[in-house]
Ligand binder design. Structure first.
Ligand SMILES: O=C(O)C(=O)C[C@]1(C(=O)O)C=C[C@@H](O)C=C1
Length: 388
C-alpha cells in the first residue's frame, strides 16, 4: 500500500495538472473571443453550454462523479470563461482599461468590505495602487480630481437595502458608472483576545453591518453599540483595545488583517447577504455589443399623476427590462423625487436610443449615469428533457 506521503504527492501532481488544463482552457476561450470579435457573435451561447453540460454529466456519471458536482464545477468554469472573454473584448474597446497599472479609492482601510470588493474587481490588473477614504464623498472626490482612476462604492445590500448616501452623491457628480460587482458579505463577531460572547459589553461597527445584523443583535440587548466610519476602523479599534469585553463586526478575512478571530458567524438577518458595488470613473466606457450591458439613468419626472407610469410604459414598449428602480428626495426641493433606474440594455442599442428620445420630453431632467458590462453570468440550467 502506498504511504500517505506518496498518495499526497500524487494528489499534488494531479492538482498541478488540473490547474494547467484550466489555464489552457482559459487560453482557448480567449481564442473563441477573438473569433467572435471578428464575426460579431455574442459571447454567450447557451445551446453550446447545454450540450457541453449534458455531455459532461454523462461522462462524470461513468466515472462515479455526481451530476451536481459536475454541474457546480462547470458553472464556475464557464463563468470564468465568459468573464475572461468579456474582459478581453472590453479592454480592446476601452484602451484606458487596457493598462497593467491602475488606482482605486474605496471606503475604509484595508480589510473593509469595499477594499475586498475593489481587489476582486481589479484582480486582473498587475498593479493596483489603493487609496482608502474615510467617507463616500472622499471616494468620489479622489476620482473626480484624477488622483484615482476608479472608485468603488456600495450601492445596495440584500439585507439592509439601498445605500442612500451613495445615491445622493451620484446626483451631484460628473463621474460615470463603468462597472458593477456583487460581493458576498459574511458578518462575524471578531475579538482580539480569547473570550466568549457573554463577556462582550461593547460592539464596534459601521452602521450598515449593525443594521444588517439587527435581529441577532436584538437577542443581545446588553451589548452597547459604537458606530465607526468603516468596518476596518471598528476592527482596528478592537485590536488596539485588546480587551475581552469588546468585539467588532466584520468579515473573517478582514479581521485576520488585524489579528482578530471570529467567535460567532452568519449574523446577518438574511442568510444570502450580498452587497452590490458600483465602480465609477471620470470617463464613460463603451460596452461592446457582444457583452450584456446595463445602463443606469437618473431622472426627475414632471409633477402630474401618472408621470412615472408614462416613463415605465416607454421602457415596456421598447422591451427594455428594468432591473432596479429607486427614488430619492431631490436635495433642496422638498417633496420632489429623483428616480434611479437600472435597465438591462446597452446605451447605444437602437431600443435604448429610441426610448431616450421619447423619455426626454416626459422628464424634467434625465442623465445617463453610465453603461457598463452586466456582471451577472446566470448559470445555464439544463432543460429536464435533456438530462441524461
Ligand atoms: O464555445 C463558445 O462559444 C465559448 O464561448 C466557450 C464557452 C465555454 O467556456 O465553454 C463559454 C461561453 C459560451 O456560452 C459557451 C461556451
Amino acid at each position: 500500500m502506498a504511504t500517505l506521503d506518496e498518495i499526497r504527492n500524487e494528489i499534488t501532481q494531479l492538482d498541478a495538472d488540473l490547474l494547467a488544463l484550466l489555464a489552457r482552457r482559459r487560453e482557448l476561450s480567449l481564442e473563441v473571443a477573438r473569433s467572435k470579435r471578428a464575426d460579431q457573435r455574442p459571447i454567450r451561447d447557451t445551446h453550446r453550454e447545454q450540450d457541453l453540460l449534458v455531455r459532461l454529466i454523462q461522462q462524470g456519471r461513468a466515472l462515479g462523479l455526481s451530476a451536481q458536482y459536475v454541474t457546480q464545477l462547470y458553472h464556475l468554469v464557464i463563468e470564468d470563461s465568459v468573464l475572461t472573454q468579456q474582459d478581453y473584448l472590453q479592454r480592446l474597446a476601452n484602451p484606458m482599461q487596457a493598462a497593467d497599472e491602475t488606482s482605486v479609492a474605496y471606503l475604509g482601510p484595508l480589510g473593509s468590505y469595499s477594499s475586498l470588493a475593489a481587489r476582486k474587481y481589479l484582480g486582473r490588473y498587475a498593479q493596483v495602487s489603493e487609496h482608502s477614504c474615510s467617507n463616500f464623498a472622499q471616494v468620489i472626490e479622489a476620482v473626480e480630481s484624477g488622483r484615482c482612476q476608479f472608485g468603488v462604492l456600495p450601492i445596495e445590500n440584500t439585507s439592509s437595502g439601498s445605500i442612500n448616501e451613495v445615491y445622493d452623491l451620484m446626483q451631484q457628480t460628473s463621474l460615470s458608472i463603468v462597472g458593477e460587482l456583487t460581493y458576498p458579505i459574511e458578518h462575524c463577531l471578531l475579538v482580539a483576545v480569547p473570550t466568549e460572547l457573554a463577556a462582550i459589553d461593547t460592539l464596534y461597527g459601521h452602521p450598515q453591518p449593525l443594521q444588517q445584523c439587527s435581529r441577532y443583535l436584538a437577542q443581545h440587548p446588553d451589548i452597547h453599540h459604537v458606530f465607526c466610519d468603516s468596518s476596518s476602523a471598528a476592527m482596528a479599534k478592537v485590536q488596539a483595545l485588546a480587551s475581552p469585553n469588546v468585539a467588532a463586526i466584520g468579515s473573517a478575512d478582514g479581521g485576520k488583517l488585524f489579528g482578530l478571530t471570529s467567535i460567532a458567524s452568519g449574523l446577518a438577518n438574511q442568510q444570502e447577504n450580498m452587497t452590490r458595488f458600483i465602480v465609477v470613473a471620470r470617463e464613460p466606457i463603451e460596452v461592446v455589443p457582444q457583452v450584456p450591458a446595463k445602463t443606469t439613468l437618473i431622472m426627475s419626472t414632471n409633477q402630474y399623476a401618472g408621470a412615472l407610469v408614462e416613463v415605465l410604459l416607454v421602457l415596456r414598449n421598447h422591451q427594455i427590462n428594468m432591473t432596479k428602480l429607486e427614488s430619492r428626495p431631490i436635495q433642496g426641493n422638498p417633496w420632489e423625487e429623483m428616480f434611479y433606474m437600472d435597465v438591462a440594455v446597452n446605451l447605444h442599442s437602437e431600443a435604448m436610443q429610441r426610448a431616450l428620445q421619447e423619455l426626454y420630453p416626459l422628464t424634467r431632467s434625465l442623465k445617463v449615469l453610465g453603461c457598463y458590462p452586466s456582471e451577472d453570468v446566470a448559470p445555464t440550467e439544463i432543460a429536464p428533457a435533456l438530462l441524461p
